[in-house]
Design a protein around this ligand. Structure first.
Ligand code: F3S
Length: 286
């Protein structure tokens, strides 16, 4: 009987950096009266956000919350924010700490530069995801978000405009290529920048391999985390007994009673202590 834990399970570089930034600031300001805020939840994980709130962090949930602020430190989340939010934060004279993942920041720079050069920007991604909302906000104008074949088929560029295509960092690579192919066939002057983060692909490939080898698979992550949802879909296709849990409390260990091998993976915003707690308890029943 065996438990196989994915080496890529848990925090990616960008998420770890953002979470560490918050705890470092808390430590630094522990004797001061300065309030620390994060703009939106720092990462997509309720447990982590709850722990930070317990330690005194306040989460700004909307632009209206930001309007009310007159002082304090604001930490920008790993997903990034539109440029106008950065401008607003600076205009208000707040202390801003940018914990946007550098890979996302790179997309902001590309989008700003290319749109200033007159290109029409296409973002391949989920329009409702905060990362995509942030990326959109770095284009001057002419930005289109495309997430499926139908939208790619319908896409038309303005006459004479070059088209610059970028991707949400966690978008599926094969789907990205399919959508790029559809747009490229339309005869526009297209430049494609594959901005998908390799951490996502590595995590998905390993999860798929493990799911194929085990009797049951456990995917740990927040219900709102799109990369965890994607991992769950991938694992479920390879292993019928796949469970999506946020913490150990969501797992019915009796369900695993008769299996011989269990795989464990976790989304990029799942902290190590939650993964370890699940792993240790699964080991006990074997
Ligand atoms: Fe950054 Fe890649 Fe993680 S873009 S936040 S390192 S998944």
């Amino acid at each position: 009987m065996e438990v196989k834990r994915a080496k890529t399970a848990g925090f990616c570089f960008g998420v770890k950096r953002a979470v560490d930034t918050v705890y470092e600031q808390l430590e630094k300001e522990k004797d001061s009266q300065i309030q620390i805020y994060t703009y939106g939840p720092i990462i997509h994980n309720e447990e982590v956000v709850k722990d930070m709130e317990k330690k005194g962090i306040k989460v700004l949930k909307s632009q209206e919350d930001l309007e009310q602020l007159t002082e304090g430190i604001v930490i920008i989340r790993s997903h990034g924010v539109p440029e106008y939010i950065c401008t607003k934060l600076n205009e208000k004279g707040l202390t801003v700490i940018d914990a946007t993942c550098p890979f996302v920041k790179k997309i902001h720079r590309i989008v700003k530069r290319e749109s200033q050069n007159g290109a029409q920007i296409v973002i391949i991604g989920n329009p409702n995801h905060p990362e995509v909302e942030g990326i959109k906000g770095w284009a001057e104008k002419n930005v289109t978000v495309i997430q499926d074949t139908q939208e790619a088929e319908k896409f038309t560029a303005e006459p004479g405009k070059a088209v610059c295509i970028v991707a949400q960092t966690t978008f599926n690579y094969n789907k990205f290529q399919d959508l790029v192919e559809i747009i490229s066939k339309k005869g526009y002057d297209v430049s494609v920048l594959n901005t998908i983060c390799s951490a996502t692909k590595e995590r998905q490939t390993e999860a798929h391999r493990i799911a194929e080898e085990v009797d049951a698979m456990i995917v740990i992550g927040d219900k709102h985390s799109s990369n965890t949802q994607k991992l769950f879909e991938i694992c479920q296709k390879a292993c019928k007994d796949t469970y999506y849990i946020q913490t150990l409390d969501d797992l019915d260990l009796n369900q695993l009673g008769s299996v011989e091998t269990v795989g464990i993976t976790a989304g990029a915003s799942t902290p190590n202590n939650i993964i370890e707690e699940v792993q240790n308890n699964v080991r006990i029943i074997f």
